[in-house]
Design a binder for this molecule. Structure first.
Ligand SMILES: [Cu+2]
Length: 305
């Protein structure tokens, strides 16, 4: 074992951590979803009946090896969400990522798949249905599984979407079958907190992680002194403007900003070192979206000394 480690250190030339193989076990499972679990919009006082907010759907769910036991989809989010978005796939440049996908859709009995943005793979791991060309990974039948083999290159740093790209993709994406990859540089420091914000429509609502209105959308939490990272993406057919109150970040152009646009299947990650305790809002700044539910709370507590 020692010889192996020394060998890898010599091969890498620097004695640094070597690339690894990361296994993720994911299944498509039926759930009953409620877009507005507390039944109201606390900002306007509008009430909603469960007939408008509850529906059956299929989601991506993370499991231990061989799909034995369920795992949380967002282990380090500091939020109150699970199931939508799907498992956060984390890796570093140079890593191989094996995503073992099992289709447990006995609700609609549809084929499903996983198609990943931002990483390298052979066509067999593309997960996208092409009539007459694509293979098993593009149309995984209920009860069957497929392993997608991905590699994080130096051009994979950042956050990226994944989603169903099988024949059922339109209904699946509308129902919440999407998630994110988060790829760090080989030696990049991981953030203390990583929040996932997915803007998407859901029926009459505009949602964050498929929930609408303050009290239902994720409550993200952090302490002062922590490095927080927001992973933001949009699914569906509309553009959104991500905004956080009381905070700024440096955009790709080097200019400070507090609002950033994201279109369908686009994504970005932003970071700051938290120093502003309080209860803050984050939301989409497209006014009709915000009023239809695309708004949530971010709570920063002072670190106890
Ligand atoms: Cu929006």
């Amino acid at each position: 074992m020692l010889v192996c480690v020394l060998g890898l250190m010599l091969l890498s030339g620097a004695g640094v951590a070597s690339a690894s193989v990361r296994n993720y076990w994911v299944a498509a499972v039926p759930v009953t979803w409620n877009v507005v679990p507390n039944g109201h919009d606390a900002m306007t006082g509008t009430n909603y009946s469960t007939t408008d907010t509850v529906f059956p759907t299929i989601v991506y769910r993370r499991y231990t090896a061989h799909w034995r036991r369920v795992l949380p989809n967002q282990p380090s989010a500091g939020g109150n969400q699970n199931l939508i978005p799907g498992p956060l796939i984390q890796a570093r440049v140079g890593d191989t990522i094996l995503v073992h996908f099992l289709n447990r859709d006995r609700l609609y009995d549809r084929v499903h798949s996983m198609h990943f943005h931002g990483v390298h793979y052979a066509p067999s791991s593309d997960g996208a249905y092409i009539p007459g060309f694509s293979g098993r990974g593009a149309s995984v039948k209920p009860g069957q599984s497929f392993t997608y083999r991905l590699r994080a290159g130096s051009d994979s740093v950042g956050v990226w979407p994944y989603h169903d790209h099988s024949q059922s993709m339109e209904d699946s994406i509308a129902g919440g079958m999407y998630g994110m990859l988060s790829i760090l540089g080989r030696h990049e420091r991981a953030p203390d907190r990583e929040f996932e914000v997915v803007f998407a429509p859901q029926g009459q609502f505009q949602t964050i992680d498929d929930r609408a209105f303050v009290g239902n959308t994720p409550v993200f939490t952090a302490f002062t002194g922590q490095t927080v990272q927001w992973d933001v993406m949009a699914m569906g057919s509309e553009h959104h403007t991500f905004h956080v109150h009381g905070h700024r970040w440096i955009g790709a152009d080097g200019v400070p900003r507090d609002t950033q646009t994201v279109g369908p299947a686009e994504s970005f990650a932003i970071r700051w070192r938290e120093q502003d305790p309080g209860t803050w809002l984050y939301h989409c700044h497209v006014e009709t979206h915000m009023m239809a539910g695309m708004i949530g709370i971010y709570q920063v507590k002072r670190r106890r000394s």
